[in-house]
Write a protein that binds this ligand. Structure first.
Ligand code: SAM
Length: 351
């Protein structure tokens, strides 16, 4: 059994008490711990069976970030939700007191500086990403922040922090799933205390489910997708498996080490088994068929990997890992997936 540093800080104790005393269950078979690379996450401490409920949270403890009955032409942006988070939970004394045990464990602005989404990157670091889709999403968020800071009394730096919190910690939930084509399908964006300590895993072993979704007293549960052994980290797949490394990097600030959004099964094409298509490959294929898209890279994959091997650290390393992943997904030399960094040359790789 892998050993982990369990998190026995007061913050986590208060949060557990808050959840358990208010109808939730933080689980008897798991613990908050430092996992890969020292990040906080949740590990299994006792064997869990497939389909077993690991932890639960009543909907009364969820923090809604948007009123789904609001009539609006466009869906709320992350910054709209960030403004609501500030006004509804931090500025409202009653709610602030109620949710204090949860708010107390959220990363503070100074911690955010260390492990951030690319919204916090310098102009030069953003340029180094060399990836239009991600640069556009950073620019769009900055425009949303500027706009909101003129209509609210919030400073751009506060708004950036709250936007980071809601993008990296909220869950989008569909309210009516029965009729997929209906215009009436609405979603909510919510924060789920304690359950949001679960990290992302491409091959996640747990999933979020909602018991009695149609009722006011519904419950969010985390369920094991397969048996989980003690010592294993419990993880979710963020974004229902459809997220690419671009989505994960821009919304959560990490470059995943595994393969993202791989189709569950190999697909048979003309009697032959085809390699599963990943979310990263789909992203690159879509970009490359879009008119006017020019491969942006100024370095080769080998040059990026060489720089990583030479000891690039921090944000520079993340940027290089991101570039390497997207180059591979776009049909560059294969073999770098899953961190193996085996640079077998494939036809057609170029700058
Ligand atoms: C919903 S929170 C998960 C809990 C978080 N680790 C904590 O300590 O509160 C999402 C954040 O966790 C980190 N994270 C989640 N999954 C990760 C992964 N697979 N690799 C690296 N960081 C991850 C990222 O910083 C991300 O923005």
């Amino acid at each position: 059994m892998a050993t982990h540093d369990f998190d026995s800080t007061d913050g986590i104790k208060f949060l557990k008490d808050f959840v358990n005393k208010n109808g939730g269950n933080t689980g008897e078979k798991c613990e908050v711990a430092r996992v890969n690379g020292g990040i906080r996450g949740i590990v299994c401490t006792h064997p869990l069976k497939k389909d077993e409920i690991i932890m639960s949270l009543p909907s009364s403890l969820a923090l809604s970030l948007w009123d789904p009955s609001t009539k609006s032409e466009t869906p709320p942006t992350a910054t709209d939700c960030a403004v609501n988070f500030k006004e509804w939970y931090l500025d409202d004394e009653n709610r602030l007191n109620t949710f204090a045990p949860y708010i107390g464990i959220l990363p503070t602005p100074s911690e955010v500086e260390l492990d951030v989404t690319p919204d916090y990157y310098s102009e030069n670091e953003i340029k180094m990403l060399e990836f239009p889709k991600i640069i556009e999403s950073i620019n769009q968020r900055n425009r949303d922040i500027e706009k909101s800071s003129t209509t609210t009394k919030l400073s751009p730096s506060d708004l950036k922090y709250y936007t980071y919190l809601v993008t990296s910690r909220s869950f989008n939930i569909r309210l009516s799933a029965d009729d997929k084509d209906s215009d009436n399908v609405k979603g909510v964006r919510i924060m789920l205390p304690f359950l949001d300590l679960l990290n992302h895993g491409g091959k996640s072993n747990a999933e979020l489910d909602i018991l009695n979704p149609e009722k006011d007293d519904s419950t969010f549960v985390i369920r094991a997708k397969r048996p989980i052994q003690p010592g294993k980290e419990i993880s979710l797949t963020y974004g229902s498996g459809g997220f690419s490394s671009v989505d994960l990097f821009s919304s959560y600030g990490f470059v995943p080490s595994g393969v993202e959004g791989r189709d569950e099964k190999n697909v048979k094409v003309g009697g032959r088994k085809r390699r599963p298509v990943t979310a990263d490959e789909r992203t690159m294929a879509k970009l490359e068929t879009e008119e006017g898209y020019v491969s942006p890279w100024s370095t080769t994959l080998e040059e990026d990997v060489e720089r990583i091997k030479e000891g690039a650290e921090g944000r520079e390393r993340k940027i290089l890992e991101f570039r390497a992943k997207m180059k591979v997904a776009g049909g560059w030399p294969v073999g770098v997936m899953d961190g193996k960094m085996d640079l077998k040359k494939k036809e057609g790789g170029g700058k």
